[in-house]
Design a binder for this molecule. Sequence first.
Ligand code: NAI
Ligand code: MG
Length: 809
Amino acid sequence: MKRGNRQSPTLSVFARKNIEMKVKEIFNTMAYGPAPESAAQANEFLDAHNRTFELFINGEWKKAEKHFETINPSNMEVLANIAEASERDVNEAVTAANKALKDWVNLGGRARARYLYAIARQIQKHSRLFAVLEALDNGKPIRETRDIDIPLVARHFYHHAGWAQLMDTELKDYKEIGVIGQIIPWNFPLLMLSWKIAPALAMGNTVVLKPAEFTSLTALLFAEICQNVGLPKGVVNIITGPGSTGAALVNHKDVHKIAFTGSTEVGKIIRKAIAGSGKKVSLELGGKSPFIVFEDADLDSVVEGIVDAIWFNQGQVCCAGSRLLVQESIQDKLYDKIKARMEKLRVGDAMDKCIDIGAIVAPVQLKTIDELVQKGIAEGNQMWQPSWECPKDGCFYPPTLFTHVSPSSTIAQEEIFGPVLVAMSFRSHQEAIKLANNTRYGLACSIWTENINLALDIAPKVKAGTVWINSTNVFDAGSGFGGYRESGFGREGGKEGLFEYMKPRIEEQFSDKPINPAVQKSKITITDSINRTAKMYIGGKQARPDGGYSITIKNPQGEIVGEAPEGSRKDIRNAVEAAHANGKWAEMTGHARAQVLYYIAENLSARKSEFSNRLVQMCCYGKTDADAEVEKSIDRIYTYAAHADKYDGQAHQTIQRNVTLAMPEPVGVMGIVCPDEAPLLAFISTVIPAIALGNSVIVIPSESAPFSATDFYQILDTSDVPGGTINIITGPKDSLAKELAKHYDVDGLWYFGNKESSKDIESLSAENMKRTWVNYGKYRNWMNNEQSEGMEFLRHASEIKNIWIPYGA
Ligand code: NAI
Ligand code: MG
């Protein structure tokens, strides 16, 4: 066939020439033209709602008084009006969720599983609409919403449908928490919704969810899915609105837990607002995650990894690999490669399938990014951007690279939450770890090397909830995700994530009053040998209190039992320092730690009668009760010695080609504030599980009866426990506890005491986001194994790190 026959007869010679020119040009440049996805279906959906959305409460749409606009940041056009929920609306939603709770729980896990499967199927069925709507509302590339966000959303509901099915058999010691208030950000709107709603519903909770104000649309479409599958009314309520709507939800008295993802700043506000209320909380906050490249890494893979780390979702990713740490020897070579790649990246309309980077979510965010970049320049760092310009009609920001950045400069420390990569170099492995951990955050880390031994050596040393080896930004419902330090606490996904949405059934048996054996008339004469001044114990040595004071301790009959040092802030500081200086204990194997614990148990066993007499004399216990407490203490040490090498992790079944190792790690340096009652047994029951897993602790023993703890350091001295593993500070418990809560280098804090101090602890701990476990003035029976021994203690003493190791040649 002649070439001319294929041409339209109406085309002029000139036009034909033009096309030929263009084709030739495309062949030469190999440039992609635009390939826009159709928005028709999404527009139909918006039009069907008259482009105005109300609140989804109790299975119905409730009209709101006020509305606000949501825009498409790719072109700044208004997409729809969104309802702004008032405090009254929030109340209505919480009431509906509370009303729905009982029936939802009583349905049982198996019936709930059917609903979750149905939701998963519906999401798959409407995946195209979801993907388009998300790209329009958020500005993220349609390729990403289509291939990453929405498939992961469906996966999340499937995975948790499975957990609902298995709850009654696999998790029978746990029950739902109740009504969950969930507040999510705008960077992965529907995905964050699924991370929150799927596990909550699976475990029998009902929810009130507030999407971010920039991106409410897919959550509202999700509300329709809930209607379509016939989800019982009130189980899911979706209320839109700004931060003040979120605050009303946080402060509502009938909400039993808050799950939040967003900025560290708001996370801290929330932590403080609900302190002492007994509401549970999980916080997934910001990050400044390191992306570490060693000199033997495959640099071309590294460059593609960097594209995924910092230009995926315009860099608006909490776990973005925003700090590039490069081994000095390959620094220049890598920077050249990155720049060459950046030159080829395409920024544009989210609906164009040929772009790499879409729009920033909103003008305010664009401004923040630019301000931080200007600050980076002003602070003397080298900035590089590609030669091309971004489109002008939307919220676009070019990929940006800072090199030779000083680790202390603002852009190396602050989360930018945009397409800005900040690079610095290191020489030794040690320096790489130091730089990686030189941040107040601890969300994720990516390690690049062809040497698996090196990667697996570095992985446990970086303080991060997720570590990706030769990969980055990989997520799956089967693996937990969450941070350390100011990146927040709690895990989402994996079996570890379920514990955020359930509580131990045993908690219902806790008492409102301390449980003590009956006081009996002392039959022991207090001799001079017992009546001596005890010391504190810091860094493996006996220590006098910094203030030089001691407190006279009397027993319930008013007899003087002895003098205990009055510890102060300075002593706490010394103890924290000693705990940090002790690197040895955490590095020992579980087996080696178990041997030490067995040895402690043996030594306590040899001094049974001495410890028993002490309890009689200090607490006026009868001899039988005192002996029983000592026996139980010995037995409990054996339990945790047994656990020390058995509380191990899992290899999660994630959907990518990789091994995902969920490894329990010690929290780090922990404060433990013991209850007044059971002075020996409660000390053992709290300290031993913590150290069994490798933590170092600062313990404040029973204030009224501290001598069981101070006698105990003689046992520690003879049991091969490295100095600094257990530090004992006696004195005014509640004020010492507050000092621990305020201390920046304490990673976790357990408090067993009254309600008021529980509140103070939670509130004061917000600043460095330390993990807290407080009893809100509820008391357990320390003699009862079910209440006071086992998994719950081990879980609070550890944190799961997920390490992703890809395979495939
Ligand atoms: P944000 O933390 O203010 O917003 C997140 C969610 O919290 C939204 O739904 C918002 O309405 C709600 N909220 C705001 N104030 C609240 C309050 N007092 N009580 C209850 N809920 C409240 O985050 P924003 O302002 O959208 O972004 C600011 C910065 O936060 C970003 O530049 C980024 O650095 C960080 N961010 C981190 C995210 C992450 O995934 N870790 C996600 C979004 C933002
Ligand atoms: Mg929007």
